[in-house]
Design a protein around this ligand. Structure first.
Ligand SMILES: [Zn+2]
Length: 309
């Protein structure tokens, strides 16, 4: 084994740095509660850069309060300062279990926990990433970036699609986040347009694959289902009609347009970066709870003739 003294400076990679966190209402954008601005030097030192995700951690009396953030910019102030975006003050106070600012803690480079089983991740209130891929498939990738308890049932829907096809035709990428007592969404959610493959090592291995089709399952707080994404209008319409018919008894509205700015057609959306024909399926809680499997079945039916050719 190499002795510590033999390590040159370059050998020592730091994975985190101590920081002071300050709320900043100047950080704008819809997802500012997931955004922070930090010193680029410090971020680079832990192997990260602008546009990537980090963990922000604060030691508390009963453990560690933490949340994922996307670094959206750098600043020229003292290098240990991190400015944090928020919509309401509760975004910070609840997440970090605090009542005054600034607070101290650390910025951690590693976002996903490695080497944990699903059960362990759940017990440890952790966040894990899973890839099922044969290394060459280019037909379809099905994803659920917010599985586990972040957006419940979405990972099961991705699993279902993967199980319907041979690994020559389908790959699957999912993340699962958990938090004991609730709050997995607050802790682990990173919006789809921000997800960087540099923070998700499994995702990185398929990022340059250029799949023909990509499908993302999501959950949201609206009361309907939206079939969005950059895929051809005809394909989205076909999926919409199939789901609509299958769950007509539920009374849940299914749309493929007019989804209040959440059409999933942003080119930065991870689903549109993975596949030429990206399909984003946003679903209400009720739709997922009562119909997650029927929805996935219909998606598989529509996709089968397209990917088994
Ligand atoms: Zn989502």
């Amino acid at each position: 084994m190499k002795k510590l003294e033999e390590c040159s400076e370059e050998d020592v990679i730091e994975h985190s740095y101590k920081a002071r966190f300050i709320p900043d209402k100047k950080i704008s954008g819809n997802h500012r509660r997931e955004h922070c601005v930090a010193s680029l030097d410090q971020i680079n030192r832990i192997g990260k850069t602008i546009g990537e995700q980090v963990r922000i951690e604060r030691p508390t009396e009963n453990g560690t309060a933490l949340a994922l953030y996307t670094v959206v910019g750098d600043h020229a102030r003292e290098s240990d300062i991190v400015f944090m975006g928020y919509k309401i003050r509760g975004d910070l106070e609840e997440r970090f279990d605090l009542n005054n600012y600034p607070f101290t803690g650390k910025v951690e480079a590693q976002v996903t926990a490695e080497g944990l089983s699903d059960k362990q991740a759940e017990n440890c209130s952790e966040f894990i990433e899973r890839l099922t891929d044969n290394g060459v498939n280019q037909r379809l990738v099905v994803i659920a970036p917010h599985g586990g308890n972040i957006e419940k049932f979405t990972d099961l829907q991705a699993d279902y699609i993967r199980e319907q096809f041979s690994s020559d035709h389908v790959s699957e990428w999912i993340c699962k986040g958990f938090k004991k007592g609730g709050g997995a969404y607050d802790r682990w959610h990173i919006t789809s347009t921000d997800i960087s493959e540099n923070s998700f090592p499994e995702l990185k291995t398929i990022m340059g694959r250029h799949f023909e089709y990509s499908i993302a399952f999501h959950g949201w707080t609206k009361n309907y289902i939206c079939i969005g994404g950059k895929a051809a209008v005809g394909l989205k319409q076909e999926i919409k009609e199939a789901i609509e018919e299958a769950i007509s008894d539920s009374g849940i509205d299914v749309r493929d347009s007019g989804c209040e700015d959440f059409d999933g057609d942003n080119e930065h959306n991870i689903v549109n970066r993975l596949g030429t024909q990206g399909i984003q399926i946003e679903q209400s809680e009720k739709a997922r709870e009562s119909n997650y499997k029927r929805i996935a079945e219909e998606v598989a039916k529509v996709m089968r003739p397209r990917i088994e050719v």
